[in-house]
Design a protein around this ligand. Structure first.
Ligand code: SF4
Length: 534
């Protein structure tokens, strides 16, 4: 498949748009950009706008982003879905978040699905009573430190006040922090709104609520790492080896106390920019903690990110230890790449996934000598594509205005002045497009139809997306790697993760299984028919 001649992206775009009604074509056109390879300034792309009704999108709802993505990987907060059970099931461990409670009796509620299971009568007469009872029942059974209540579409429509119930129950229970999220599925254009809502409530109700300063000289929080397939475990291993103290990961392998004490960190590093930049900024405003964007996907990116962290702390011993870790881990990386690269060199990939993943995984493909032909985000905003300097130019629309903007102020008692080196980039993210080659296609909120057309035209060696797209892509004879849940693979972060990814991808792009599959219409004569008149 690698030898296939790649058609000009503008022609593919034209062909795709030609099939749409004029109004739809006009709208979709703005979300499809042929990258010009300019490293200083990316081209403008339309993003974070409503999907055209009727188009099959990859997106999830706001509730899924709030409950499923951000809070889902936390093991000791009970996530109670106020709504029909279908919503709860949708966001119940679908991302393969993993967790490792310490030995003994530490709680882990991640395997449970908590819901008020709303029925018709609750929709007619209101569901607050049922919600109160559900909170009480969950408390009586598990005695958790915290319960999060997540609003689904019906809750918003009938007007149940989950925040009032949460306040009442916090007062009544005494030792359980109950807080609510107005994350009804329709609240934003995608799951991205849910991330923002989750960040706001975590900041308001949990972050900084305890004062047990963790021990350690170099204290760091990792934001936007969700421990899919064990990614956070690998980062924990690397951090420990390098002598860095991980205060809290938001929110992979996380627990309530780590969030509550996370304001003691000296640095926030941000993996998935889209899902959590809000927390990074709020913590900087209130506590002074600086943040920097990192990428632990890919061996080179991991090494670069570790060096950036060491440079921030500016400690000779730490810098040396980080270099030793990189040197040690690189041996196996080089051996694996040398063995596999002859089979992957020159192959092609496409990535249409959420958050920063469509950007980060290009690094791993680069390491294998593979070319990314097209990429895009499911729920990205313009700054995720073009870089944060364009934020002031982004028009705030009605959908974004719908999300509560919380007012964060500097805390006089807790604010610390951190020294920031001029050599490092602070609170910055250059976006995906600058790192992509000229001529590559960048498409926001790709539709099912567009996916099929891209595959037909480009015939990529591998396509990366989620479960909704998996089988459609595979039926086209193209292997699909899920980058939301990793199928059954992983971890893919850090050094060990890079090796796992190289091996999985090499296996997928060299397998002969696709040549062996014969579609029914290939072996029997096509039956033709026509409508009879009358
Ligand atoms: S869109 Fe609404 S009804 Fe559907 S899963 Fe999300 S919250 Fe539930």
């Amino acid at each position: 498949m690698g030898e296939h001649t790649i058609p000009a992206p503008e022609l593919i775009k034209e062909e795709i748009l030609a099939k749409y009604p004029t109004k739809v074509a006009r709208k979709r056109k703005k979300s499809m950009v042929t990258n010009d390879g300019n490293k200083d300034k990316a081209l403008e792309i339309q993003a974070n706008v409503r999907t055209v009704p009727g188009i099959i999108t990859q997106r999830g709802c706001t509730y899924a982003g709030c409950k499923g993505v951000v809070l889902g990987p936390t093991r000791d907060i009970i996530n109670l879905t106020h709504g029909p059970i279908g919503c709860g099931f949708y966001s119940w461990l679908t991302r393969r978040n993993q967790t490792k409670p310490a030995e003994g009796s530490e709680e882990n509620f991640m395997n449970y699905c908590f819901s008020t299971d709303m029925q018709d009568q609750n929709i007619v007469f209101g569901g607050e009573k049922k919600l109160r009872k559900a909170v009480q029942e969950a408390y009586d059974l598990f005695h958790p430190k915290a319960i999060g209540i997540f609003s689904t579409c019906p809750v918003g429509l009938i007007g149940d006040d989950v925040h009032a119930v949460a306040r009442e129950m916090t007062a009544e229970l005494g030792d359980c922090n109950v807080f609510g999220f107005s994350c009804e599925g329709y609240k934003g254009v995608s799951q991205s709104a849910g991330h923002h809502i989750a960040n706001n409530q975590l900041f308001k109700h949990v972050i900084g609520t305890q004062d047990k300063e963790p021990e350690g000289k170099f204290k760091v929080n990792i934001l936007g790492e969700y421990n899919i397939g064990g990614d956070a475990f690998e980062l924990e291993r690397i951090f420990e080896k390098a002598g860095l103290t991980l205060v809290s990961t938001f929110s992979g392998n996380s627990h309530y106390n780590s969030f509550a004490n996370s304001h003691f960190a000296d640095l926030n590093v941000v993996m998935c920019h889209r899902s959590i930049n809000y927390v990074a900024e709020m913590m900087e405003t209130k506590y002074g903690i600086p943040w920097m964007k990192v990428n632990f996907i890919g061996a080179e990116s991991t090494a670069k990110s570790l060096r950036k962290i060491a440079e921030y702390f500016d400690d000779k011993e730490l810098i040396q230890r980080v270099e030793e870790v990189i040197k040690e881990e690189t041996i196996q990386i080089e051996e694996t790449v040398a063995k596999l690269r002859p089979n992957t060199e020159g192959k092609t990939a496409m990535l249409f996934v959420g958050g920063s993943r469509a950007h980060h995984y290009q690094e791993l493909f680069n390491e294998l000598g593979m070319k990314t032909l097209a990429a895009g985000y499911e729920f990205g905003h313009r700054d995720d594509y073009e870089g944060r300097e364009i934020i002031p130019d982004i028009k705030v629309d009605a959908d974004s205005r719908n999300i509560e903007e919380i007012k964060v102020e500097k805390s006089d008692e807790e604010f610390r002045d951190y020294t920031k080196s001029d050599k490092l980039e602070w609170s910055e993210y250059g976006g995906m497009m600058r790192d992509m080659e000229s001529g590559s296609l960048v498409i926001d909120d790709i539709s099912h139809y567009e996916t099929e057309k891209l595959i037909e035209a480009y015939k990529p060696d591998i396509f990366c997306a989620g479960i909704k797209e998996k089988y459609v892509v595979q039926k086209s004879g193209v292997p699909l790697k899920q980058l939301h849940s990793y199928d059954y693979g992983g971890p893919y972060a850090g050094f060990v993760g890079a090796i796992n990814f190289y091996k999985d991808i090499e296996r997928m792009v060299t397998t002969r299984v696709w040549d062996l599959v014969e579609a029914p219409w290939e072996k029997s004569t096509q039956v033709e028919a026509q409508y009879a008149a009358g």
